[in-house]
Ligand binder design. Sequence first.
Ligand code: GEK
Length: 242
Amino acid sequence: MSKRDKIFEEGNVSGLPFTFNQEVTEVFEDMIDRSVPGYSTSLKVIQEQTKKHFITQSNVYDLGCSLGASTTSLLNAISEQSKVIAIDSSEPMIRSCHDRFKKQIREDLVEFINEDITNSAIDNASVVVINFVLQFLKIEERTLLFKKIYNGLIPGGILILSEKVHFSSERKTKEVSNIYHSFKSKNGYTKLEISSKRDSLEGVLVTETEDQHITRAKEVGFKNSNKLMSNLNFLTYKFKKI
Ligand code: GEK
């Protein structure tokens, strides 16, 4: 288990926007566990859906892999003739992810790539996972990435997308966000930590509505979309290429 996340205990003292640096990498497991409702369920959903939709000898992608939690779910669901391609733009994250897998027997089944997913090639894919990552891309990059994924999927292939969202009603967004803050405070974050992290994420993590995600998926060609999980303002979707 990683170190406890105390990054914003004293407030956002650096005043800097949030980045996935070494300090965040070291506490990442604890941070995501205490900050994302349904995160561990999303990993199980990825494994189950991959078992169902994986096609032999295809590629499987984990875009924005962090420390490889979704990569592990993918590995548990595919056959050994296939590869998981795990990509992250943060150098400390991908290095630490690779180090963890070195300790496992199946390291050779993962290709670790340190690059921006907007530049990645997607090819012969049956499963592509974006687990809480799209929200960090510029809006215009999101559609281009979706187009690239759609084109790189083989027929029958799926995109699994998890995101933090907001709602078209401001009142609902406020209501759910208050519940979300009490979820974080029950998980041991103080009011100062919650508000400092929120300030630091301003303009870095940009949410959209559920409708915007579905519309984008339809626009690039996905005919089939299914909500797999919903926890407060955190959702998981499956988009299938027919
Ligand atoms: C999990 N999926 O455990 N290109 C590549 N990586 C990026 C980019 C980008 N443009 N932008 C952000 N990242 C993981 C959790 S965390 C979610 C994903 C969170 C990477 C970033 O470096 C970080 O590792 C990850 O996306 C986001 O299932 O922190 O809320």
